[in-house]
Design a protein around this ligand. Structure first.
Ligand code: AMP
Length: 285
């Protein structure tokens, strides 16, 4: 696997692959990789001639009181996992390679969408995500880009950005990968102590309860949210940020649970903020 630390190296390698006729898939990540990320690489491997992963903890998507400094990092382990899953190149830039000291140009959706759900408590988060993903798209110029349904609002926002800015890139959604006991895999799970790790199961319990209700015919969004909240509120270590049922494209609240509606939550377990969700009618991949 090629390890590229500069934009120039990535551009030269991708240009050569394109001359050779390969399609290129991009898997953007913040590193500390787990089986969730691996599933994106696997899917890219199946769909594309060459697979590029980026491994970059993007400072512009962290708010001033968030966990930028504490965010877990282990590049050697990431390389081993990427190599095992057949990744062809990892882009591992220093912050200075991605952002000039006076960088001041951002990509932002000027609409309600990034202000909903996670945007309520993380006001600059999606501006940072759009900016870095847009930069990665400009650097790699992939044919396909792979994103996890775990970050459902991010996925919807990237789809919107790709449409609004006419990127010729196909965004591919990948299902949520869970631990055996249900917890959605996340680099942030490493913050949890044993008691919190157990308590964190209230998120997936709420998801499974929600899916069960919808499966049994529930169509009232308010009732669904109330039932899911009750599951989480039964856990003393959990503090709800939000539980919402929203339109899967606009992220605006809905009253009726039709196919494509996103039931999403963010919950603090101790100091760790975790997210989980499901789509009514299942994920269209
Ligand atoms: P991150 O490194 O957390 O920024 O995640 C990089 C990509 O991996 C994003 O598209 C995430 O949605 C995706 N991802 C993270 N965790 C999971 C998971 N448990 N299942 C599926 N995709 C995931």
């Amino acid at each position: 696997m090629i390890v590229a630390k500069t934009i120039a190296e990535v551009r030269a390698q991708v240009a050569q692959w394109k001359r050779e006729g390969f399609s290129v898939g991009l898997v953007p990540t913040m590193g500390y990789l787990h089986e969730g990320h691996a599933s994106l690489v696997d899917k890219a491997r199946r769909m594309c001639g060459k697979v590029v992963a980026s491994d970059f903890v993007n400072p512009t998507q962290f708010g001033p009181n968030e966990d930028l400094e504490a965010y877990p990092r282990d590049f050697e382990r990431d390389c081993a996992l990427l190599e095992e899953h057949g990744c062809d190149m990892v882009f591992y830039p220093a912050v200075g390679e991605m952002y000039a000291p006076n960088a001041a140009t951002y990509v932002e959706i000027q609409d309600e969408m990034p202000k909903q759900l996670c945007g309520k408590t993380r006001p600059i988060h999606f501006r940072g995500v759009c900016t870095v993903v847009s930069k990665l798209f400009n650097i790699v110029e992939p044919d396909y880009a792979f994103f996890g349904q775990k970050d459902a609002q991010q996925l919807a926002i990237i789809r919107r950005m790709v449409r609004d800015l006419s990127y010729g890139i196909e965004v591919v959604a990948c299902p949520i990968v869970r631990e055996a006991d249900g917890l959605a895999r996340s680099s942030r799970n490493t913050y949890l102590n044993p008691a919190e790790r157990k308590a964190a199961l209230c998120l997936s319990r709420a998801v499974f309860r929600g899916q069960e209700l919808v499966g049994a015919g529930e169509r009232d969004a308010e009732k669904l949210v109330a039932e899911m909240r009750a599951v989480i509120e039964a856990e003393p270590l959990a503090r709800i940020d939000y539980v919402s049922a929203v339109d899967g494209e606009t992220m605006l609240p809905v009253e009726e649970l039709t196919d494509g509606v996103l039931a999403a939550m963010a919950v603090y377990i101790g100091k760790t903020r975790l997210i989980d969700n499901f789509i009514v009618g299942g994920l269209k991949e």
